[in-house]
Design a protein around this ligand. Structure first.
Ligand code: GLA
Length: 351
């Protein structure tokens, strides 16, 4: 017994350690506070699902149930039942709850997308939604993605055409955009909630994502310059096992840190892929490569002061938005640890 204990201290590895325990043991050495996962309350009747997520992670995000379409299916009627289940799950298990999201261009209810509204109607709808949601979760959410995925995928990286882009002036008649409206309403509703802008293909400021990444940085910087309240950015990171832009991710996180902002890696998953495609051949080697990349990215977050949350989009291959057979997450279909779990624990325990 004593020998076992001594061995585990020496190697820094304990068989029973989980991400959240290991992270709490190094809390003085890193500014990273959370290792998180998106969860879906639809699977809460599966004990494995609940136990694995609450044992390993100290932050959860609802996969879908806090989105506009879930919360305000009918205009003016708010239904928080499903989103509340995730917030309650977090509270019951001493995890942080991360809100996602109040404003997005897709998956909106048809009354919103197909209604005959003016710019000022949209301002009212957006302000009412953001205010009601932030109010409801006042003191319960550590952060909210206030706006999700506003920026186009190719040059000149302007705002995507969507319902919210019909907003051309805010309530005071100042020419603005929907992003400003949403963030201002959020700060007013809950001055203590951390407000995030979240997007994809923006994690690295180098390589193929440089264009969109620079556009997002410039957008966020200009928000700060004109006094729009924002506390952080979410880098989604739906990428693959061949992802090779980690240095660019670090550089990007650092430039947000220099603006005084936090960075959350929000939706990481590593789909099995060859270098530039999705023709996956899953093998021990591929699982090893995936595990090493999870660990490298986790270390990048731990090492970078701005990075306060390292979060995957789901945690088990049994429940991922990605196709079956792509093996994107740290636990397999049966909740067994894949190599990623050991590699991440090695980074945390050896930190
Ligand atoms: C985007 C959204 C998430 C989720 C994923 C995939 O990244 O931000 O809420 O819908 O797509 O499902």
């Amino acid at each position: 017994m004593k020998l076992l204990l001594a061995t585990s201290i020496l190697t820094g590895v304990s068989g029973s350690e989980t991400f959240r325990d290991a992270l709490s043991n190094i809390s003085g050495k890193t500014t990273t506070k959370y290792v998180g996962a998106a969860v879906n309350e639809g699977f809460f009747d599966d004990a494995h699902y609940k136990e694995t997520s609450s044992d390993y992670y100290n932050l959860v995000t609802a996969e879908n149930s806090c989105k506009f379409s879930a919360v305000q299916k009918t205009q003016g009627t708010f239904d928080f039942a499903s989103c509340d289940q995730v917030a309650q799950f977090a509270e019951d298990n001493d995890m942080a709850f991360r809100g996602h999201n109040t404003c997005w261009g897709v998956y909106n209810p048809s009354w919103l997308d197909n209604g005959n509204f003016t710019s000022s109607d949209f301002v009212g709808i957006l302000e009412n939604h953001v205010t009601t949601v932030l109010d409801h979760y006042q003191g319960k959410a550590v952060a909210w993605d206030i706006v999700n995925e506003a920026i186009s995928d190719s040059a000149p990286y302007d705002f995507k055409a969507n319902t919210w882009n019909n907003i051309t002036a805010d309530a005071d008649g100042i020419n603005t955009n929907y992003i400003d409206v949403a963030f201002r309403a959020a700060r007013k509703a809950d001055p203590n909630a951390k407000l995030f802008y979240n997007d994809y293909n923006v994690a690295s400021s180098q390589g193929w994502s440089q264009g969109k990444s620079d556009a997002m940085y410039n957008m966020v910087k200009s928000m700060l310059d004109r006094g729009v309240p924002i506390d952080g950015v979410g880098l989604q990171m739906h990428v693959g096992t061949g992802y090779d832009l980690v240095d660019g991710v670090i550089a990007n996180m650092e430039r947000y840190g220099a603006l005084g902002l936090e960075v959350h890696i929000t939706e990481l998953d590593l789909v099995c892929s060859q270098k530039n495609g999705y023709d996956c051949v899953w093998s021990d080697d591929m699982e090893q490569q995936q595990g090493e990349l999870y660990a490298t990215l986790l270390k990048a977050c731990l090492d970078t002061d701005a990075c306060t949350n390292f979060e995957t989009w789901g945690f088990t291959d049994a429940h991922s938005w990605l196709e079956d057979g792509t093996h994107p997450l740290p636990f397999d279909e049966n909740y067994n640890q894949k190599k990623a779990v050991g590699s991440m624990l090695d980074i945390l325990t050896g930190y």
